[in-house]
Write a protein that binds this ligand. Structure first.
Ligand code: PGA
Length: 250
């Protein structure tokens, strides 16, 4: 039985003090959550947020990490630095990183492998653009993003990988994939994982849905057999919206 995993990707929002007070209140109000809860603030907010949720069930993740141990990489943050402040989870391959910062599947794969070597848990994001969907390339794109992104990852390390399916056209647009469309992509992704790792790994892999998840649509999405959680952007920035999403299965 896969436990639902609800994550909030705060992107470039909230100052350290705003993030810490929000995280503290969230952790109090989510203490009875039946789902796994994660929040991903910006790098500068991480130390304060880690302190704010210490001893609670809220996981704190980074939104990115470098693919080298240390060295001359101006502006970058390493896995060792994150782990030193108590951050053991990272989101990789988000479509905004692919779109605005030129991250390729191969580059994302290098980060996945390095983060795993550093002992981190990973949320690997995949998803097609509207153009790719309309041109009939949906399955090719998902297959490539999943198989290249996971290239070299052992079956054992798949326990540390969550996949987030986020159709790019649904991110921040208010457009959500219909539950049936989302389910079809999730089932397809699980099939790709099965082809690579076999059914045990595929059945145990958590696949989150992301793209305009809101309190109003979360229940129907989570009711789909292959949707095991959500990666929430905009609606994770307020407690009014994020708490009902976390409590969607109560
Ligand atoms: P959204 O973002 O919920 O604002 O659409 C989701 C994401 O990018 O992870």
């Amino acid at each position: 039985m896969r436990k639902l995993y609800i994550a909030g990707n705060w992107k470039m929002n909230k100052t350290p003090s705003e993030a810490a007070s929000f995280a503290k209140e969230l952790a109090e109000k989510a203490s009875d959550a039946k789902v796994k809860v994660m929040i991903a603030p910006t790098f500068v907010c991480l130390p304060d947020v880690v302190k704010a949720v210490k001893g609670t069930n809220v996981i704190v993740a980074a939104q990115n990490v470098n693919d080298h141990k240390s060295g001359a990489y101006t502006g970058e943050v390493s896995a060792d630095m994150l782990k030193d402040i108590g951050v053991n989870t990272v989101i990789l391959g988000h479509s905004e990183r692919r779109q605005y910062y030129g991250e390729t599947d191969e580059f994302i794969n290098a980060k996945v492998l390095f983060a795993l070597e550093s002992g981190m848990d990973i949320v690997l994001c995949v998803g097609e653009t509207l153009e790719e969907r309309e041109s009939g390339a949906l399955e090719d794109v998902l297959k490539r993003q999943v198989s290249v992104g996971l290239s070299g990852v052992s079956a054992e390390n798949m326990k540390k990988i969550t996949i987030a399916y986020e159709p790019v056209w649904a991110i921040g647009t208010g457009k959500t994939a219909t539950p049936a469309d989302a389910e079809a992509s999730h089932a397809f992704i699980r099939g790709v994982v099965k082809d690579i790792y076999g059914s045990d790994v595929a059945e145990n892999t958590i696949i989150q849905y992301g793209g305009s998840v809101k309190p109003a649509n979360v229940k129907e999405l989570m009711a789909q057999p292959d949707i095991d959680g959500a990666l929430v952007g905009g609606a994770s920035l307020t407690l009014e919206q994020f708490l009902p999403i976390i409590h969607c299965v109560d």
